[in-house]
Design a protein around this ligand. Structure first.
Ligand code: FMN
Length: 306
């Protein structure tokens, strides 16, 4: 039965989501594969694989290992590069009736700036800036753990784009609330909490690391409680919206993140196993709202009872 509830989220001025559920960057590529199994227009938003200025071939294999409680990946941000994305992928994504959010990163400040400049075109609804990848040697996380470095970087990117700018943070930041505040101060429109957490797996038969890169980033159920805590802390420090990410696999998880203060969520690892989780979780949210007599989902955000 169709339940009439309002699932829209006014995330940022000019960026409204039909529901709070998006994919996380890197587990959805550029949307083509999932578009063959369900209509991507149902998504609250689509977030692309992280793009760099030039194509990047990533780390040597093996690049993903399963653990009892999630994945460790060391993809190393393999991607086709900004220009190939604009030429070959954006048009395809624009057919879906949902905002396209482009995730990007750089190895140095000017690369971030140039990516943001080139990506600031029609069809791109917002930019998500990854300052939190543990799997590349330079760039990524080095920007995401010091508030002054982060402030300077976000300021530079802010200067070249009027697109809504989302900054994706690392749980490694000593004080995630302080990092979120720096990003807000520098002009970010929203924060995503969190990226993966550095981790390792070893093959005791060969005595070798399981991943080609030796270490990687842990995602999935293991990091959910950490992600939830960062959302809670960040959302109490900043006025801009916080997007929750980490181990989400059900509509119950989405509600928990929203109660902690998330205005929207991103689902990564779980969708690799269950690509249909998006329609299921979106439907589950509607059912939950019906069961709890919640007319508009915005009313759940930050409403944790203490
Ligand atoms: C295979 C894989 C690739 C990823 N690639 C990116 C990326 O390109 N950019 C980014 O910001 N995060 C990337 N991430 C991190 C996810 O977007 C997300 O922050 C993290 O996996 C936690 O969410 P989850 O537990 O739902 O997977 C990647 C994660 C995985 C598992």
């Amino acid at each position: 039965m169709e339940i009439a509830v309002d699932t829209t989220i006014k995330l940022i001025q000019g960026l409204e989501l039909k529901n709070p559920v998006m994919n996380a960057s890197g587990t959805f590529a550029y949307g083509e594969e999932c578009s063959e199994i369900f209509d991507l227009s149902i998504m609250g938003g689509i977030i692309t694989k992280g793009l760099s200025l030039l194509p990047n071939k990533g780390n040597p294999p093996p690049r993903i290992v399963e653990t009892p409680c999630g994945l460790i990946n060391a993809i190393g941000l393999e991607n086709i590069g900004v220009d190939a994305f604009l030429k070959d992928k954006l048009q395809f994504l624009m057919q879906f009736k949902t905002p396209i959010i482009v995730n990007f990163f750089g190895s140095y400040e000017e690369e971030y700036v140039e990516c943001a400049r080139r990506l600031s075109i029609e069809g791109v609804a917002a930019l998500e800036m990854n300052v939190s990848c543990p799997n590349i040697k330079s760039g990524g996380i080095q920007f995401g753990t010091d508030p002054h470095t982060l402030y300077a970087l976000v300021r530079k990117v802010r200067d070249v784009t009027t697109k809504p700018l989302i900054v994706k943070l690392s749980p490694l930041a000593g004080d995630i609330a302080e990092m979120a505040f720096s990003a807000q101060d520098a002009g970010a429109d929203a924060i995503t909490c969190i990226n993966t957490i550095p981790a390792m797996a070893i093959d005791e038969e060969t005595w070798r690391p399981t991943l080609g890169n030796i270490t990687g980033g842990l995602s999935g159920p293991a990091i959910k409680p950490i992600a939830l805590r960062t959302v809670w802390e960040a959302s109490h420090k900043v006025d801009i919206p916080v997007i929750g990410c980490g181990g989400i696999s059900s509509s119950a998880d989405v509600i928990q993140f929203m109660l902690a203060g998330a205005s929207a969520v991103e689902i990564g690892s779980f969708s690799l196993r269950e690509p249909f989780c998006f329609p299921d979780i979106i439907n589950g949210l509607t059912q939950y709202m019906g069961r709890h007599s919640i007319d508009t989902i915005q009313d759940v955000i930050g409403r944790l009872k203490l």
